[in-house]
Design a binder for this molecule. Structure first.
Ligand code: ADE
Length: 427
């Protein structure tokens, strides 16, 4: 595979592409990468490659002439090949692993054209470009980073670049699924041990486990990819196993919410004990000391700040909502800034009963908290959580909370702890 990159920054591109696996493959001669300076082909004395846009507007447009002269020279040097001229552009087709596979399979020469400024003269695209590729829905200052992404991704699939095709056929995106989790030595790190199955040496069991992990991870992390994935019979069986494992409580009846009363305290304390255990198991250093205790909830209840969720008359969750009133100040954040307006309320001590974990009860809790916040006239909700409290952070992200900054809080008298601050604007 030969790759020609047409750019205004050939030295920087060479420096990056000359390193590591791609650099070594180029030295071995498995791939052939050339970076060519477009400016060397301009026919004007000032070596100008861009000019003002017709019709006015911001910035400059790259002229067709140097681009065409550069391309002609590149093509001539490459000789007769199965070539494809690709313009790196935010307007292009999204670049994916499947697109990379197509390029490797169908061509042995790619010319990647990097634009700069406000783009390139449309007539060059019409005249010379076979396709446009984008590496994502955002705009870069030039096509160089995008060309490096395409070069790296394409080259690692060229035979001989990686030691074994399995290096890429098993990984994320190859077959529409994300890769399974990987571990290396030591066996136990920071109290976290490598899953037993991977240490057992039973290859069939390991395969089975890894495929299930791929399916589950894709479902959770990339629902968009999972929706497109077409499972075969074996995958269907694995998905059924996963579904069974997940067959936690399914909420089929209405969930309601009311202010907590002192008689609810014993159940609230049970919820707290369960939540404490879950946090300890996940190694999240939250609620691992005496706080919050019965007294905290008694006070919340007395002040009308504690709420319980009911499912078929059973208390399934509880949360406290404080405010509006000054609770967190801007200066509390060690970095970042609260964006949401005052008046705001603070959501605290939200928890669900063990059997409701994964049932969607926590989502009900967030929605009820929002309703109460609005009924109190709040413009935003603020809260703190621990950076390792991933289920909570996923919940926050699902409900549109944004990260505001970091904060140090006194978690017990004399003991400080780091927390992350989140907020949701209600307007
Ligand atoms: N040039 C500028 N932005 C780009 C993007 N997102 N993808 C490819 N080329 C680009």
């Amino acid at each position: 595979m030969r790759i020609d990159i047409m750019t205004l920054f050939p030295d920087s591109m060479r420096a990056v592409l000359g390193e590591s696996i791609i650099g070594r493959a180029a030295k071995k001669g498995v791939i052939d990468i050339h970076c060519t300076q477009i400016r060397d082909y301009t026919d004007n004395k000032q070596m100008q490659v861009d000019d003002y846009p017709y019709g006015g507007g911001w910035g400059c447009v790259m002229m067709a002439q140097p681009l065409k002269a550069c391309l002609d020279d590149v093509m001539q040097k490459a000789g007769p090949r199965n070539s494809r001229v690709i313009y790196m552009s935010p307007q292009g087709k999204p670049f994916t692993q499947a697109e990379a596979r197509r390029l490797v399979a169908d061509y042995d020469h790619l010319v990647l054209v990097c634009g700069h400024y406000e783009g390139i003269d449309e007539r060059f695209i019409e005249e010379c470009v076979d396709e446009e590729l984008s590496i994502g829905d955002y705009v870069l200052t030039g096509g160089e980073l995008a060309a490096m992404v395409v070069t790296d991704c394409v080259c690692r699939m060229v035979p001989g670049v990686l030691s074994d095709p399995e290096c890429y056929t098993g990984e994320s995106h190859w077959n529409g699924l994300l890769e399974y989790p990987q571990y290396t030595r030591p066996e136990t790190w920071q109290g976290r041990t490598v899953p037993e199955i991977l240490r057992g040496g039973d290859h069939a069991k390991i395969e089975h486990w890894r495929r299930k992990q791929q399916l589950e991870r894709t479902r959770l992390k990339r629902p968009d990819l999972f929706a497109q994935f077409r499972p075969d019979e074996t995958d269907e069986a694995l998905l059924a196993e996963l579904e069974k494992e997940r067959s936690r409580m399914k909420l089929t009846k209405p969930v309601t919410c009311r202010g907590a009363v002192p008689e609810d305290l014993p159940v609230i304390m049970e919820l707290l004990a369960e939540a404490r255990k879950r946090l300890a198991k996940a190694r999240v250093d939250v609620w691992q000391g005496p706080y919050p205790g019965e007294e905290t909830f008694r006070e919340d209840i007395a002040q009308g700040n504690c709420y319980v969720l009911l499912y078929e008359n059973e208390i399934a969750g509880a949360f406290s909502l404080v405010g509006p009133g000054e609770v967190y100040h801007d200066e509390d954040l060690t970095d970042g800034k609260w964006h949401g307006g005052a008046p705001y309320v603070v959501l605290r001590r939200n928890m669900v009963g063990g059997k409701f974990v994964g049932s969607g009860m926590a989502d009900y809790e967030m929605r009820f908290a929002e309703e109460v916040a609005k009924s109190r006239g709040a413009d935003s909700i603020r809260l703190l959580t621990h950076k390792k409290n991933l289920p909570m952070k996923q919940l926050l992200s699902r409900h549109g909370y944004r990260f505001a900054g970091n904060v140090e809080v006194e978690i017990q008298p004399g003991r400080m702890g780091a927390r992350q601050a989140f907020e949701k604007e209600l307007k």
